[in-house]
Design a binder for this molecule. Sequence first.
Ligand SMILES: CC(C)(COP(=O)(O)OP(=O)(O)OC[C@H]1O[C@@H](n2cnc3c(N)ncnc32)[C@H](O)[C@@H]1OP(=O)(O)O)[C@@H](O)C(=O)NCCC(=O)NCCS
Length: 170
Amino acid sequence: MITVRHATENDLPQILAIYNEIIENTTAVYYYEPHTLDMRRQWFEERKQLGLPVFVAEEAGVVLGMSTIGPFRVPTAYKYCVENTVHVAAQARGRGVGKLLMPPIIEAARQLGMHTIVAGIDAENEVSIRLHKNFGFEEVAHFKEVGFKFDRWLDLKFLQLLLPAGAGRT
Ligand SMILES: CC(C)(COP(=O)(O)OP(=O)(O)OC[C@H]1O[C@@H](n2cnc3c(N)ncnc32)[C@H](O)[C@@H]1OP(=O)(O)O)[C@@H](O)C(=O)NCCC(=O)NCCS
C-alpha cells in the first residue's frame, strides 16, 4: 500500500536519489550537475524554518516520490504565493503516485493562507502538465527558449492554481 506522509531527515538520501536521476536523465529539472546530501539537508532545514511541508509517498519503506511547496520569489509582496514541486522515482511513474502527492500540498497551501500556487513545468513535460491541470491548475505563461540542456533549447510553462480564500484577500 502506498501512503503519503511528512518527510523526515531519514528520507533525504532517497529524495536525493530521485532528484539526481531526474537531473541526469530528463529536462523536467534544469540543473546539469547532481545535488549533494548536504544541499538536500540545507534545503530541508530551510523548508522547516519557513514552516513549509515536504511530503513523501512510501511503499514498504521505499520512497516513491516527493512533493513540496516553497517560496515563489523573495520580495515580501509575494508572501501569499508558493511554487510547488512534485517528483516520482523512475520505476514508480505512471502508477498514480503523482496524483497522491498533489492534494497534501494544495491543502497545506490553503491551511497556510496562501492565495496561489505556481508550477514551473518544462513545456514538453506532458505528464506533469496533465497532472497539474487535473488538479485545477491553468496555464498562464509560456516562456520560449529560456532553458538549454542536452544541446537544445527548452520552453518553460507556468501553471497556476488560485485559492480564492487565501489570506491576501482578508
Ligand atoms: C510528472 C510526474 C510527477 C507525474 O507523476 P506520476 O506518478 O508518474 O503520474 P500519475 O501516475 O499520478 O499520473 C498523472 C496523470 O498523468 C497520466 N500519465 C502518467 N504517465 C503517463 C504517460 N507516460 N503518458 C501519458 N500520460 C501519463 C496519468 O494517466 C494521469 O492522468 P489521468 O489522471 O488523467 O489519467 C512523474 O512522472 C515524474 O516525476 N516525472 C519526472 C520528473 C517530473 O517531470 N517532475 C515534475 C516536474 S514539473
